[in-house]
Design a binder for this molecule. Sequence first.
Ligand code: ATP
Ligand code: FE2
Length: 322
Amino acid sequence: MNVLGIEGTAWNLSLSVVNEEEVVVMVSEAYLPKEGGINPREASQHHTEKIPLLLRKIFEKFPRDRVDAIAFSQGPGLGPCLRVTATAARLLSLKLSKPLVGVNHCLAHVEIGRWMTKARNPVTLYVSGGNSQVIAKKGGRYRVFGETLDIGIGNAIDKLARSFGLPHPGGPKIEQLAKKGEKYYQLPYIVKGMDFSFSGMVTAAERLYGKAKIEDIAFSFQETAFAMLTEVTERAMAYLGYDEMLLVGGVGANERLQRMLREMCEDRNAKFFAPPKEYMGDNGAMIAYTGLLMLENGYQTPIEKSFVKPNFRIEEVPIVWP
Ligand code: ATP
Ligand code: FE2
């Protein structure tokens, strides 16, 4: 089965065709804010403007009459962005007379990670701009064992970068700065039960600006935030007795975070998995692949139920595949 997937929950508009064996094709257009962080209205305008181009590109590489189904990101995400891609998906489904399936974006991050790495039943750390969650499958659902109480780790890093005057996205730049940091400044380490919080850390780190070197602030921020994430991930693994861990989401590209998690896994004789960078952040292939899994297991989304769900939770989807 060839599934065309459409992702556009936030910054990346991305279309891909996937079958059981491979990602056949993927085309993407990233929205980069001119200043500040992601503006939902501007991002949705970007997607509106670019979707005809991406549709043309993908059908040049893959004939439309071989598409068997359409999958789209139904949520969570930015409302205006979700509506653009959902509308395109509905139209394609009607025009090609092929089934439609609405996919949970967080579930898609997890499933493409498992597909690419062959992890069987991991504890997943999903770290992106808008989300930070520790997820594991238990009793036919993915459940969230811990998550951020305020902003996602990616947004926290992007905010810190902006206060240094660096353009969006700040993640890769903070990573490079942190590599040159030497001095550790203590920042609030906030883990409450299995949940964590980042906005207080950002404020504390911003207060160091002008007093400490930005390399040292970036280093201290990463060390503190990533230790919090590693602690909660390890606790979930110990509690569940799972011996695999999977890292997904845009922040997963960070080498320091990967190293901390890998060391934690080695200490407990667990296996650490991370998909290639291309499939860590938002991408169309993850939506197409999860759509394929769902369709093969009897899921479909009739047009009248294809409204977007900006607060869609991963727990809402019954998981009937292994
Ligand atoms: P979601 O809708 O799942 O919240 P998202 O829209 O935030 O996803 P992603 O592509 O998953 O999109 O993640 C983007 C985030 O990843 C940005 O905050 C960006 O700064 C961050 N990021 C990218 N590379 C790195 C890196 N090397 N180190 C830290 N953060 C990074
Ligand atoms: Fe994402």
